[in-house]
Structure formats: structure tokens, C-alpha cells
Design a protein around this ligand. Sequence first.
Ligand SMILES: *Cc1c(COP(=O)(O)O)cnc(C)c1O
Length: 469
Amino acid sequence: MNNRLYGNLIFELSHEGRQGYSLPRNKFSQYQVPENLRRQHEAKLPECDELTVVRHYTNLSQNNFGVDNGFYPLGSCTMKYNPKINEEMASLPAFQHLHPLQPDHTVEGARAAISMLERMLCALTGLAHFTFKPYAGAHGELTGLMVIDNYHRSRGDLQRRKVVVPDSAHGTNPASAAVCGLEILEVKSTADGLVDLDDLQRLVATEGSNIAAMMMTNPNTLGLFEQQIPEIAKLIHDCGGLMYYDGANLNPMLGACRPGDMGFDVMHINLHKTFSTPHGGGGPGSGPVGVREGLQQFFPIVSPYHGNFAVMLRALAYILTLGRDHVKEVGPLATLNANYIKESLKDVYELPIEGLCCHEFVFDGLRDKSTGVTTMDVAKRLLDYGYHAPTIYFPLLFHESLMIEPTENESLETLDGFIAVMRRIAEEAKSNPELVKSAPHDTPIGRVDDVLAAKHPVVTYQQLIHDAD
Ligand SMILES: *Cc1c(COP(=O)(O)O)cnc(C)c1O
């Protein structure tokens, strides 16, 4: 599938003296870079002809997988439905050419768009105010916890330094609490995958006066609707803590129920997930934080200017396109799709928690464990069939987690195609386990050492490293 240039670095395609361009002669020789800023040696840059450069980077770009290439069933951090009209709205020149330092009276339209979005988010969540400064979900969590921290401090309640986090929570929850200087109290899940109320009661009894907040995701990371929120909120409020809602994946709730009505005081929303901005590799994101009336004076300043405006515009376009009535259909359709896949595969993949799920669900690997084929192997084999892998080995509640989330606009044919491939892989695991264990076979790169790649990433061409030595 790749041409012969594939696999080379641009430096390896270099030939001394080869050029792809010619710059006009410098007509401004009176303007000189000051001596002390000038390079002492020639930069070691690759020397290539134009077509080689164009093809090299075009081929590289085509090794990417995105929502526009194929089905992307990644759970939790899903790339949800990203309508193309949002891109058009975000690239309108009047928006695109704004400068953050323009005088206020020249950006009234942009400010109106932000406050329109704020009103819509308030209506959808039941909270009273939003700040749009946070650049991502984790940034929003930190901001929200700072609001909570500021609130307790303002009351002289300085000993409240602990945050209750369910063991099923997204990893950013305990991480944000730690960054905020707070300690984590983990609350267990029941066998049904919901917050264990007995365990929470025990925590509140011993730690009540130290609890700053409880963070919850609902539907939780297993895709299950937490049924005891009123009881949980009462326990936490009675001991003086606040309720934090992780609304990274708010889609199943839209128009159905509101965190503010359930007793949550502070929340964040991932506009780049729930409200449709293509994201990946760390950006772009927007994690607005909402609070109930009376907490808005505790918003900290966590970034300059207004945050990631283009992501807000996409969210606004998404909500306006759907309108008040149709926004309610997002959740049920995503939920239908998730349950359809779950029920169609649960005879071959192990479903640790039976019953209806919301927008996502978790398998615990293949049912037949005798083949030795793991969740990692299944995920790698999916790549050979042209599918993005689901989220794997998360949540940590199971050994072989495989977390699947289809979004609301996937067609029946797409879902059936994915189901057929998942069944085929389950069969291969029996008939030819080696084939699955050694997958992927058709991607440019096979299996990388994830740990080494994360801990010692080599992102510079070796020659440059040597030269620098
Ligand atoms: C993605 C996600 C986050 C973190 O959001 P980022 O924008 O990646 O920082 C937090 N909680 C949940 C449940 C998520 O899915």
C-alpha cells in the first residue's frame, strides 16, 4: 500500500546539493542579522527536491487514522460525531482573523457568541455560570477543583484537603486532584459497577470533615447510569463537601437530565468530545467549567484571554444545528448503537456487567480465555481490518478491558461491519491464535514498546543528536 519511499526519514532521502526551490537574491543586504545571533556552522538540514518532499509528507499524513478514514469506537475519549458545517463556521474570516488583543468594542460578535454558548450550556446542565478559559478536560477539572478549594478557604474551612474519587474514574480525576494539592480517597464500586454506597458511608463517617468534594462521572466509565446520585449528593453535602461532575462525555445526558438538578455544584464539559471538535495528540480542546449560583466568584484565572475560541464556535454550531428538540436524540441514538454492538458480541466477548449500558460499555476480553489471545491482540488485529482500536486496559476494574463507544450517527451497516470483524477475530483466535497475536500485519509499523516510547521518546533524527554532542 505504500510506495518505496515509505519508511525513510526525510534526512535519509537527502542528497548533498539537491534543491527544491530557489529564493530570489537578497535585495536588502543593508539589513543584517546581528553578528551575535548568526549561526556559526551550516545547519544540518535535509537537501531534497520538491517532489520528494511533497510525497514524503503526503505519505506520512496518509498513515494517520481519523474519523474521516473509518469507524472510531474508542470509548471514553471518543472522537464523537464532528459535522463538517462546524468547520465552516469556525473558519468564517470574521472569526478566524480575530486577535486576542483587539479592543473589546471590535469583538462584540465574538463575545455574543461566547455568551450565547454559555446560556445554552447553562440550559443543558442546570448550572448558572460557565468559564471558558480551560483548554481541556483535565484543565477544567483542575479549574473546578480550584473553585471548590477557593470556596472552602473563603469559609476558613482549611482542613478540607481530600477528594473522593470512585475506582472506576477517568485517570485525570485523581491526577487533577493531586495537581491541586488535594489527597485522594478512593471509593469502591459494587459488583454491578456502581459507586458502593456502604464504602462511601464508611469514608464519610471517618473523613467527613476533611472532604472537599466528590468527583463523579455519570454515566460512569463503565457506561452505567449511577442510580444513587441523590443519596450520594446528600451524604457529601451533609458533611460539608461539594459535588463535582465530570461531564467530558455529556452526550447521553443531553436534554434527558441535568447535573445541576441532580445535586452537582461544579462540573466541566469537554467541548471537543461532547460538542464535536476533532481532537487528538493533545489538542485542540476546551473544557469549560460550570458552577451553581454563588460559586462564580471563585473562578480562578487559569489561562490568558478567553480560551480556545474556535472550539467554542464548533460547539455552538453543533448545538444550534440540532436545536432544542433534536439535541435530545443524541443520547438515545448513541445508547442504542452501544447496546446493539454489546448484545451482538456478548456471546464471544466476555461481558462482566450485564444489562443496559449508556453510550459505551466494557468487555473483559474474549470469552474463551484458553486461546491466550489478549485484548491487546484483538485491538492490534482490528487495525489490519481498517478499524481504529477501542480503548483497551481501561478502566482498571477488569484485567482485559475493551471499551467500545459508537456515536450517534454511525449507520447500521457500519456497526454490522464492525461486529462481523470482531466475530471474525474471535474465530481467528481459536483457529489461528498466532495470526492474532502477531498482528498487525498490514500497518507500516507493528507493535511498539509503549512504555519505552512514553518514557524515552526519540523524536529527533539521530544524526542531529550526534551533532549536538
Ligand atoms: C477525556 C476525559 C477527560 C479528560 O479530558 P482531556 O480533554 O483529555 O483532558 C476527563 N474525564 C473523562 C471521563 C474523559 O473521558
